[in-house]
Design a protein around this ligand. Structure first.
Ligand code: NI
Length: 405
């Protein structure tokens, strides 16, 4: 189809054709990013590569926002009417890639195993099309390329502190994330609470070590730990409102005694996941009291530290409903799903507490081809045809959000 033929199509079909026409280039960008992953807070080359792509598209931007963050705008007609922000993250993970593909990671021990390469390539494709269509929409598109999603305190927080949500202040923000639970070409949305607040907890139970054959002469920190680990789940089952999602998990215990040695102390590390900010503070208090109380009752002591991570992620119901309906219009009713809640965390949550937001998923699996590995695994990959849909969909959703109907 020639460019003049594309001109006369209805907007939806026009976007789909343009996404298809740009597809190979977006795949190439994604493969470049995939082959050159960088860890959180170290994404210097990735940021430079993104700015070269933006130069090629021909849009203005500022870099160095909150670290390696990049932001800019594309103005449509009547640019002051509404501002919609689009966000993509671009850091990778400390994982050694096991995929046997030509664009395999060239950086040892670093891998795009959470699809941030696909998010960034998709946003670049979306901007390319929106820049060509700027006479067809009103308002302003603000783009945000964000580093360091995977690591506390999170690139989103640092970019917000550096003013990314000002000048112009977006009326809404959207972000999309790969989703291996759905086949390529499928999309998922969830209004309201969607992802959890995640806090790290570090505990040391201090007792008094000694010969394991004479426990009466010791204060056994292992036994304190055993009581604590059982009791802590009662916070979830007896103190948390049954309708208030809560997870407390401990994944690490170090107690370095021996068969016949009771150690002086035991260290524990865990995570606390919640979906309500008030309850989040409350359960932190309860955890402290419980740990101190159990340790004291058994003659020991407790040192406890909680590192507060990302808040819970809330999808604005009105924006999400609008996107859900618009997505069906773009790709068909059967390809758009309501998502379950997830107790995973995502720093997009910070934006969602500042302005109306929606974080949605695009399917990236191809079960027939065996592309089904989970996020953060060394064999994670995407079905790349999903990129024409992620690009087309984000373009379409942006224009729908900018239209006032
Ligand atoms: Ni991710």
């Amino acid at each position: 189809m020639s460019e003049t033929e594309i001109e006369v199509l209805p907007l939806k079909s026009k976007i789909a054709k343009m996404a298809l026409a740009n597809h190979q280039e977006i795949v190439d960008i994604r493969r470049y990013l995939h082959a050159h992953p960088e860890l959180s807070f170290k994404e210097k080359n990735t940021a430079e590569y993104i700015t070269r792509c933006l130069d090629k598209i021909g849009v203005q931007y500022k870099s160095g926002i909150g670290g390696y963050g990049i932001t800019g705008t594309i103005k449509g007609k009547d640019p002051d009417s509404l501002v919609v922000a689009l966000r993509a993250d671009f850091d990778a993970l400390p994982i050694t890639e096991l995929n046997n593909i030509e664009y395999r990671s060239q950086n040892d021990g670093v891998m795009h195993a959470c699809g941030h390469d696909a998010h960034t390539a998709s946003l670049l494709g979306t901007l390319r099309i929106l820049n060509q269509l700027k006479n067809e929409f009103s308002g302003t598109v603000k783009f945000i390329f964000q580093p360091a999603e995977e690591k506390f305190p999170g690139g989103a927080k640092l970019m917000i502190e550096d003013g990314v949500l000002e000048d112009p202040r977006p009326d809404m923000i959207i972000g999309q994330h790969v989703y291996p639970d759905l086949e390529a070409g499928q999309f998922g949305f969830r209004p309201g609470k969607y992802m959890a607040a995640a806090d790290e907890i570090y505990i040391t139970f201090v007792g008094e070590g000694g010969h394991a054959a004479m426990p009466n002469k010791t204060i056994d920190p292992l036994l304190i730990t055993a009581h604590f680990l059982t009791a802590v789940q009662q916070l979830v089952s007896r103190n948390a409102d049954p309708f208030n999602e809560t997870v407390v998990s401990f994944g690490k215990i170090i107690g370095e005694g021996a068969t016949n040695v009771i150690p002086d102390f035991v260290k524990l590390e865990g995570t606390i996941r919640t979906m309500n900010e008030e309850w989040r503070d409350e359960i932190h208090d309860k955890l402290r009291r419980l740990a101190n109380g159990i340790a004291a009752s058994m003659g020991g002591m407790c040192e406890l530290e909680i590192n507060k991570g990302y808040p819970y992620l809330k999808n604005d119901p009105r924006v999400t409903k609008k996107l859900f309906d618009a997505a069906k219009e773009y790709i068909g009713n059967d390809a758009v799903h309501e998502l379950p809640m997830r107790m995973g965390a995502e720093d997009f949550a910070y934006y969602s507490h500042e302005i109306p937001a929606c974080f949605y998923r695009f399917g990236t699996a191809n079960a027939a081809e065996g592309i089904i590995s989970g996020l953060h695994t060394p064999t994670f990959n995407i079905e790349e045809t999903s990129l024409k849909d992620s690009v087309g969909m984000m373009t379409w959703l942006t224009i729908k959000l900018l239209s006032k109907d």
